[in-house]
Design a protein around this ligand. Structure first.
Ligand SMILES: [Zn+2]
Length: 236
């Protein structure tokens, strides 16, 4: 968070990032009602495929928090959401406990121009938070290869063609002999981006491969969201 925002919050009181109401009991971004709502939504975590986990469904509250993570310069939102998820206890915790250890969280790399603009890669912040929560580690084993245009308004087929060749794996000379690679991103919609990341590891990759995102969004609503929220711009 920018220091000027901290000063403003101190002087004028702060608004909840969820409902927009001023509250003296933010913790530090949500009022008690929105915290309860977030904890309730964490119970609705999803597995969009057998190999993918999403910590939250996409709802108005989680949408605002993801937006804050990506566009409001609040990188700490990643660990905040992970803290409120069921990644340690609950259903996701049970799923992760079954995976071969250690867990290697591999963030989906951000395009260089976007990284320069934002100053951080939100997927890397999520990977770090997940690593801290689960005792895993962050491994930058993917690189973005080619420039890809906006994903948000494309069909599934177009997205897949667009990103199919976008990533390459950059592995250490001596790959660990056991463990699970978990490709990490903010939003799962069609799975095209994370699927291309998995493909980058190749068919003979010896470790188990999984995907984990903060939220799961229905593909149809992802397109509708683009129309409603076209300020969100290109998303890769
Ligand atoms: Zn609120």
């Amino acid at each position: 968070m920018r220091w000027i925002e901290n000063v403003e919050r101190f002087v004028f009181g702060a608004e909840c990032l969820g409902c927009g109401k001023a509250s003296e009991r933010l913790d530090p971004w949500l009022c008690p009602d929105c915290v309860r709502e977030l904890d309730r939504e964490a119970e609705e975590c999803r597995c969009p495929t057998a190999d993918a986990y999403s910590l939250f469904p996409m709802r108005p509250l989680t949408r605002r928090l993801i937006h804050a993570l990506k566009y409001k310069e609040i990188p700490g939102m990643a660990s905040y959401l992970v803290k409120h998820s069921r990644v340690v206890s609950g259903m996701l915790g049970a799923e992760l406990s079954l995976l071969p250890k250690p867990l290697y969280f591999v963030p989906v790399p951000l395009h260089r121009a976007r990284f320069r603009e934002r100053g951080y890669n939100q997927a890397e912040k999520i990977a770090s938070a997940l690593a801290v929560a689960t005792g895993g580690c962050v491994c930058r084993w993917l690189k973005r290869k080619t420039f890809v245009v906006s994903q948000t308004k494309l069909s599934k087929g177009e997205r897949e063609r667009n990103v199919a060749d976008a990533f390459v794996s950059v592995l250490p000379r001596e790959l660990p002999s056991r463990g699970t690679v978990i490709v990490t991103d903010d939003v799962y919609t069609t799975g095209a981006t994370t699927g291309a990341c998995l493909d980058a590891f190749g068919r003979d990759f010896p470790l188990m491969l999984k995907v984990c995102t903060l939220v799961y969004d229905e593909p149809a609503s992802a397109v509708a969201d683009y129309v409603a929220d076209c300020q969100m711009e290109w998303d890769v």
